[in-house]
Design a protein around this ligand. Structure first.
Ligand code: PLP
Length: 288
């Protein structure tokens, strides 16, 4: 595999980053995942806009223009012959010196790493037919979940706990005024459907502002579906007609069980199925 490191395209076993890099020592960095379908990039503009926002929030310099990002991503897709798959990109604060809590000088070059993952048939994931079983896990992450940082230890732990309990993934939950409320999934945004209305938590610092979320809500509104951006409880989710998650790599993925309780009839619901179809069709059309 050819990977990208700080402007160079190298075989993956020749790509290196300093052990003093703050991304490695302090999780001081941000990332994005862009899907590739039919050799084209999905929601490129949205992901680059969020990358700029994450970098800005942490005061890390933007290392490249969007035109450069596009050219680099296209080159990796071509060099690695990716038809369906993912592009992972990461920008860290770098670090020219020794380990220190204080940031390095402002003119320090960020470290940029990018690689592809081939996922043949990504859009035909059989899990979309069966749906996900979700276990709820306390959300003990920090208070700036809107910044897409590489601090993914807790989401990994939550996913492992969910798997140990026989689930496919976790929904992270915290105490609310009327019971446990869902923030989001370990690596996706969470939704329920009740009485024809699509409910998902409103944007704030509590959740990642999903690029797929933005697209799916736009398509839902364009299709005259009702969208409510508000918190929902775990009890509400268990009693919902449907549930689903969205992310760049899973698109729209139905949820069929929450903590052992079947959602609706325990099968992927019509709203989730329809939104998945619309999202895939429209995103493929707009892919670049
Ligand atoms: N929420 C979290 C915590 C995530 O890690 C992700 C994606 O990785 C999402 C939501 C979904 O965001 P997107 O649709 O931009 O992939």
């Amino acid at each position: 595999r050819t990977v990208f490191v700080n402007g160079s395209y190298l075989p993956e076993d020749q790509a290196t980053v300093s052990i003093f890099d703050r991304g490695f020592l302090m999780a001081d960095g941000v990332y994005e995942v862009v899907s590739v379908l039919g050799g084209k990039l999905l929601d490129f503009d949205g992901h680059m806009a969020r990358l700029a926002r994450s970098l800005d929030a942490l005061g890390i310099a933007q290392p490249m223009t969007d035109a450069d990002w596009l050219a680099a991503q296209r080159r990796l897709v071509a060099d690695n012959a990716i038809t369906d798959g993912l592009i992972y990109l990461q920008v860290t604060r770098g670090n020219p010196g020794d380990r220190d809590f204080a940031y390095p000088p402002e003119d320090t070059a960020p470290t940029v790493v990018m690689f592809t993952q081939s996922k043949p048939g990504l859009a035909e994931n059989p899990q979309a037919q069966t749906g996900l079983r979700i276990c709820t896990v306390p959300d003990i992450r920090w208070a700036r979940r809107d910044i897409k940082t590489v601090q993914l230890l807790y989401p990994s732990m939550a996913k492992m706990e969910a798997k140990a309990r026989g689930c496919d993934d976790a929904w992270l939950v915290e105490d609310g005024p009327s019971g446990q409320v869902v923030t989001e999934g370990t690596s996706n945004n969470a939704y329920i459907v009740k009485g024809g209305s699509i409910v998902t938590r409103a944007l704030s610092n509590d959740i990642l502002h999903g690029i797929t979320r933005a697209a799916v809500l736009r398509f839902a509104r364009e299709a005259q579906m009702t969208v409510e951006e508000r918190s929902f409880t775990v009890d509400e989710a268990k009693a919902a007609d449907e549930a689903f998650v969205t992310s760049a790599s899973a698109f729209v993925m139905p949820v069929v069980e929450i903590d052992g309780t079947a959602v609706g009839d325990g099968r992927p619901g019509p709203v989730a199925r329809r939104l998945r179809e619309i999202y895939l069709e429209e995103s493929r059309k707009a892919a670049i």
